[in-house]
Design a protein around this ligand. Structure first.
Ligand code: ATP
Length: 481
């Protein structure tokens, strides 16, 4: 299982680079650890993921509104939230090869319930009891330093022109939800929403992560999609259960298999939390957190009211009751979700057309194709349009004409490189649901004159081709998407 998973992960990483989904940041300089860039298909896929999330979380909900808060915030925000003192992971260093590790993760890997919220003393007690079982992931030696808590906030000198800026840093936000909490009152005063209601936001986040493995699963710069739902204290847990269900359904609606998703309950809750679950996905390296759904009580608003001096309680106009709303949240990273969808979609299929010339390219000795069976809604390119041959201007012209007609409505790609078989392979690998080919029949130059004005439309998943009048294409794809 481990070996196969490692192999699958390597294949996904290679596909991402080969087809332009994800690149290592600053690659020509040797790369920049734990930071990634999204290429042309990666950015389309990420945008489609964000659109699907926004539609589901905002557009389809009367009780949720959007927000886009800035990355930089008043430094007091991070004191109030507890990040300055408590947003820290336990770090240890291998004395032999100097690789840095997260001790809570190493403990979890050998089945011991640990997490980053434990104090240094608690985590070291567990670590010391189990040192014999824990080898360095790089060199295998069992010689680590003590665990020390390392703060994850990234500091900057924004607006500070002195050399002492490190003493009063401005932080790059470590989570998007703080922008929601500090705008809660603005939203309430300026819009129609009343409790219970939610505020949703998508935006960049920065964390000084200690371990930077597993590709885009854990990066130091990433985007979060978060929704904070404000409730009456007595309704918090009911809203929480509903949110858990709603979030699970999001993945099912996008075709994820239920057996690849599971809930994991947090054993060690932060003191203010009522309940916290991670929704885990079966990544190539095993079930790991995809998103968090948490019941946070009134901690966030109470803290911000205390530190800012601004009352953040809610007055129910109908009953006259005044209270600090309780919050339930859902939070997920765009890159992590993208990796989950790539894992779900990555498929190798044996083809019917005989043995392969390339032994590494076979399933049971037959030629294979790699196909990303992404949900149509998420596919980076919806329709690829080909002229059968590149050197026949009349085919190219017709194909371009079709491309121009369809491109205002769907993300299309015109491709005349290599032969049609190669083009299908390429489109399969990026998950394009349909390919349209213009051939001599389309122009009335083939044997069967009745095919004039028609093209072949090939389906990614079934590989079936059907002949279709050019005028019907727009309507056909509108029905499909
Ligand atoms: P982990 O335990 O994996 O470090 P976390 O519990 O710190 O994650 P949260 O702070 O709850 O994560 O963040 C919410 C979501 O943001 C996560 O479920 C994940 O989808 C995403 N996320 C968190 N950290 C990262 C990261 N370094 N890179 C990419 N996505 C991340």
């Amino acid at each position: 299982m481990a070996e196969k998973s490692q192999e699958l992960m390597e294949k996904i990483v290679a596909l991402c680079k080969r087809r332009g989904f994800v690149f290592l940041s600053s690659e020509i300089y040797g790369g920049f650890s734990a930071v990634y860039d999204y290429g042309s298909y990666g950015v389309e896929l990420a945008n489609n993921i964000k659109d699907a999330w926004w539609k589901y979380m905002v557009q389809m909900r009367e009780d949720i509104v959007g927000l886009d808060a800035a990355i930089f915030m008043h430094p007091k925000v991070w004191e109030a939230s507890g990040h300055v003192s408590g947003f820290a992971d336990p770090l240890a260093e291998c004395r032999n090869c100097h690789v840095r590790v997260r001790v809570d993760h190493l403990l979890e890997e050998i089945g011991i319930a640990a997490d980053e919220k434990m104090s240094e003393t608690e985590i070291n007690a567990l670590f010391n009891q189990n040192r014999e079982k824990i080898g360095c992931p790089k060199c295998g030696k069992k010689d680590f330093t003590e665990a020390q808590k390392f703060n994850l906030l990234v500091k900057s000198n924004l607006g500070n022109f002195t050399d002492e800026w490190m003493d009063e840093p401005v932080y790059l936000r470590g989570e998007t939800c703080q922008g929601i909490y500090v705008n809660y009152k603005n939203v309430l005063d300026s819009s129609r929403v009343r409790i219970p209601f939610g505020i949703a936001q998508i935006g960049k986040v920065f964390r000084n992560e200690i371990t930077a493995r597993q590709f885009i699963f854990r990066t130091r710069e990433f985007e979060q999609m978060e929704m904070q739902y404000f409730t009456h204290p007595a309704q918090e847990m009911e809203a929480y259960e509903k949110l858990k269900e709603y979030r699970f359904q999001f993945y099912l609606d996008l075709g994820m298999k239920a057996e690849n998703l599971r809930w994991h309950k947090h054993e060690n809750l932060v003191f203010y939390a009522k309940e916290a679950y991670d929704l885990e996905y079966n990544f190539p390296f095993g079930f790991k957190e995809l998103e968090g759904v948490h019941a946070r009580g009134d901690y966030d608003l109470t803290q911000h009211a205390k530190f800012s001096g601004v009352a953040l309680d809610y007055l129910d106009q109908a009953t006259g009751e005044k209270y600090v709303p309780h919050i339930v949240e859902s939070s997920v990273g765009v890159g992590r979700m993208l990796l989950a969808f790539l894992t779900e979609a990555y498929t190798e299929e044996a083809l019917e057309n005989g043995p392969s010339q390339n032994p590494s390219d076979t399933v049971a000795g037959r030629e294979t194709r790699v196909v990303l069976k992404l949900p149509k809604k998420l596919a980076p390119v919806k329709v690829a349009i080909f002229p059968l041959m590149k050197n026949k201007p009349e085919l190219v012209m017709k194909a371009k004409e079709i491309f121009d007609t369809l491109k205002p409505h769907f993300v299309c790609e015109f491709d005349d490189n290599g032969n049609v078989g190669k083009r299908y392979r390429r489109q399969d690998e990026i998950g394009t649901p349909y390919c349209v080919t213009v051939d001599f029949d389309s122009l009335g130059l083939g044997e069967d004159k009745s095919l004039e004005g028609t093209v072949t439309v090939r389906d990614r998943d079934t590989m079936q081709q059907e002949r279709m009048p050019i005028e019907r294409l727009k309507e056909f794809f509108t029905e499909k998407f």
